[in-house]
Design a protein around this ligand. Structure first.
Ligand code: ADP
Ligand code: MG
Length: 473
């Protein structure tokens, strides 16, 4: 069987020309499976992994079905402005010489200018829900004439955050006769909810809703707050000139803080989050796409859909709250069969969340150490610190192991009295002491552990120097 090529389909010549221009010859799997049904006018639930070409899977039929009449016929809704821009650009080149007016409609840009453009005629809208509703209410956009609705990142668009807006848009589109939903993830409850507004949809989906993740080497590092900056620095110093890194934090504040802290250690990075001006957001995205910006720190505004060729490394500085977000975040690398790697920082309180992510998607995430320093560096740009909290048990105790056994430490009482008098710690700060033939362990409250280690380094116990270390557990 020979491989399907785009020109096997009787799609219009202007699209075929555009595809050829772009150097695309073979449709991807999701394109092969979704495009024929979409062309027939069917509703579609299309699931395929990140970076597998879903945009053209809905883009080609949308272009084919729309005519340059100046009346809006199709609308694509996206969760973020960055994604709306990107999708709009792809539809733009996909249409070739068809002459459709395709407009992005999202917030943060001049309302008047946008209204003027809409007033002078538009065929396809690509936008975010808020601004689309706004423009409709101001009568610059006529949803009533639109027959085709597409939700990119559909599970996100249908979750509770966006649902009120989407539902408003649905109810203002009486002529809607085709609905296309695309995403890499479709939680079952979202699929169930689509019954309300889809009409005998064709479902294109991998088995058991399992996501296949592209070629991404997924690592996790056991690390607490105190040393995440050190771990980031280890990854950043190992980047080559052709690498680009995307770091996800869970809050805007953390994004800003991390940029600031990295800056203090002379790492340059840019940020992207929802509190930035639209102008700044666009500048940053352009710089990142161009590869001028090597490291971008972002909230989940960057998690969905963004297709930046050069992203080779994704870091979850914080683990995401939703298992879906994990898949989307790491999917910013490994686009279209390229290789990528992801690093997730997991403190002991995050272990359960990591397990949840792993089991939800049946993922292979390998426990690793932070990368070694490269050969041309002999010292860490960020020093690693003793992270007492990360090593303590639920009672706040950490375990110190001493390189001396019963010959040196003859009784636990003598050791604890020595610690109390030398380190000036309270008796309560000392827990269990176990002495064996060649090694001794002492449990110490995390708050006092640093002092205890210090006196062990400096002072002698019964005329012996003790070598003590924090035990990792
Ligand atoms: P998804 O939405 O599934 O994450 P995209 O639509 O963003 O993926 O596509 C990922 C990348 O693959 C983009 O850079 C896109 O231009 C490219 N691409 C998509 N389809 C093809 C194709 N048939 N041939 C070559 N490149 C493609
Ligand atoms: Mg996409």
């Amino acid at each position: 069987m020979s491989r399907q090529i785009f020109s096997d389909w009787d799609i219009p010549k202007h699209i075929l020309d555009a595809l050829a221009n772009e150097g695309w010859e073979f449709p991807t799997e999701i394109q092969r499976e979704a495009i024929p049904s979409a062309r027939e006018g069917r509703d579609i639930i299309g699931q395929a992994r990140t970076g597998s070409g879903k945009t053209a899977a809905f883009g080609i039929p949308i272009i084919e079905k729309s005519e340059p009449t100046g009346k809006p016929q199709s609308i694509v809704l996206c969760p973020t402005r960055e994604l709306a821009t990107q999708v709009c650009n792809e539809l733009q080149w996909l249409q070739g010489k068809k002459g459709l007016t395709i407009l992005p409609v999202y917030g943060g840009t001049d309302l008047e200018k946008q209204a003027k453009k809409l007033d002078s005629g538009v065929d396809i809208i690509v936008g975010t829900p808020g601004r689309v509703i706004d423009m409709t209410k101001r009568k610059h956009l006529e949803l009533a004439s639109i027959t085709l609705l597409c939700l990119d990142e559909a599970d996100r668009m249908l979750d509770m955050g966006f649902w009120p807006d989407i539902s408003w848009i649905f109810s203002n589109m009486p002529e809607r006769n085709q609905t296309l939903l695309f995403s890499a993830t479709f939680p079952q409850e979202i699929i169930d909810s689509t019954e309300e507004f889809l009409n005998e949809p064709v479902t294109v989906m991998s088995d058991d809703l399992e996501v296949e993740v592209p070629e991404i080497d997924q690592h996790w590092i056991k690390i607490g707050r105190a040393n995440k900056l050190w771990a980031v620095s280890r990854i950043l110093v190992n980047m080559s000139d052709s690498d680009q890194c995307l770091i996800f934090c869970n809050t805007k504040r953390m994004v800003e803080m991390l940029e600031d802290r990295l800056g203090k250690h002379r790492f340059s990075a840019s940020t992207l989050h929802g509190d930035m001006s639209q102008n700044k957001r666009e500048k940053v995205m352009a710089g990142y796409r161009e590869g001028e910006i090597k490291t971008l720190i972002a909230t989940d505004v960057a998690a969905r859909g963004l297709d930046v060729d050069g992203v080779t490394i994704v870091i979850n500085y914080d683990l995401p709250d939703n298992p879906e977000d994990y898949v989307h975040r790491i999917g910013r690398t490994g686009r279209m069969g390229r290789k990528g790697q992801s690093w997730s920082f997991v403190g002991r309180d995050d272990l359960r969340q990591l397990e949840r992510i792993r089991t939800t998607w049946n993922l292979n995430i390998t426990k690793s150490d932070a990368p070694e320093l490269p050969e041309n560096l002999n010292r860490d740009p960020v020093r690693i610190r003793k992270d007492w909290n990360e090593s303590s048990d639920p009672f706040g105790m950490v375990r110190i192991s001493i390189d001396a056994g019963e010959n040196t430490i003859t009784s636990s009482l003598s050791l604890s009295e020595w610690i109390i008098s030398q380190a000036k710690v309270k008796e309560l700060a000392i827990g269990e002491i176990q002495i064996s033939s060649d090694c001794t362990t002492v449990d110490i409250h995390a708050e006092s552990a640093q002092r205890v280690l210090e006196i062990m380094e400096r002072r002698e116990f019964n005329g012996n120097k003790l070598t003590a270390n924090l035990e990792n557990r």
